[in-house]
Design a protein around this ligand. Structure first.
Ligand code: SAH
Length: 257
């Protein structure tokens, strides 16, 4: 059992009871738990900049991208040698920060998935608009899917890497599992799903502003290994981020072969 606290430190029960209550709670006009709408409503008010999507920590973006590249190399190795054109998907992409600072350097094609409309517009303008820089290596952002992860179903067998960074806390456990199962179908042979997320010290922490949870490392391992039955190929802590932040960890996961 994983015990939760809210952002003021008040206990909010176990993960199973918490998600049950979210599901049983008030619904929006679309029939989905208000949980999701609250998340979108929050991000709708956030400016479309690195500082916006990183909660005022835009300055960590370079360090973030550098470690993403190192982790990707460690997991995909020779596949990145340029002999094959690789395709990635940037999930919960925001304004396309992860794509432009990192994924586009390694992948010939990148698709982006993001539910918040003004973020999608900003991503599209900077990556694919008329004034977007053309890359000498021909790498490009191809598809911009304006939908949330709980609705996204990747095209079967399209991706070498699905990159999920700082957004999966918006998914309740059952939708988390269902999303990763759809991702499995979207992977090429040898492909991997990468997750980079904050880690709570223990249990989980509810963010009442943006309607998300921060799960502990143990909680992620439980979801990947026990709920999904997947293998964690490698995981690694981000180095050198400001000390006041949650620890941040990268995971490479895939269905067991
Ligand atoms: N991954 C990006 C953005 C992080 S901010 C980056 O690292 O720069 C969190 C993002 O999650 C926002 O863009 C927000 O709109 C998105 N988000 C919120 N709810 C989501 C959902 N249900 N599915 C997918 N993305 C969601």
């Amino acid at each position: 059992m994983f015990k939760g606290i809210d952002d003021k430190g008040n206990p909010i029960g176990t993960h199973t009871a918490f998600w049950k209550a979210v599901k049983a709670g008030a619904k929006g006009a679309d029939g989905k738990p208000l949980w999701y709408k609250k998340g979108i409503d929050y991000w709708d008010t956030v400016e479309a900049t690195d500082d916006g999507v990183l909660g005022g920590y835009g300055h960590v973006s370079d360090l973030d991208a550098k470690e993403n590249s190192e982790f990707l190399r460690s997991v995909l190795g020779d596949a990145l040698d340029g002999s094959r054109e690789l395709v990635a998907c940037d999930c919960g992409a925001g304004i396309g920060r992860v794509t432009s600072s990192f994924l586009i350097h390694h992948f010939h094609e990148v698709d982006l998935v993001e539910p918040v409309k003004h973020f999608v517009r900003a991503a599209e303008a900077s990556l694919a608009g008329e004034n977007a820089p053309k890359r000498a290596d021909g790498h490009r952002a191809v598809n911009f899917f304006a939908e949330p992860l709980e609705a996204f179903a990747p095209e079967p067998g399209r991706y070498d890497a699905v990159w999920v960074q700082w957004c999966v806390g918006h998914l309740p456990d059952d939708e988390f599992v269902a999303f990763f199962e759809r991702c499995a179908a979207g992977l090429k042979p040898g492909g991997c799903v990468f997750v980079k997320e904050n880690n709570a010290k223990e249990g989980f922490v509810l963010d009442t502003d943006d309607s998300s949870v921060t799960r502990s490392h143990k909680y992620f391992v439980h979801l990947f290994e026990e709920k999904l039955g997947w293998e964690i190929v490698e995981h690694r802590l981000q180095k050198d981020f400001p000390a006041e932040l949650f620890k941040v960890r990268m995971y490479a996961v895939r269905p067991k072969r």
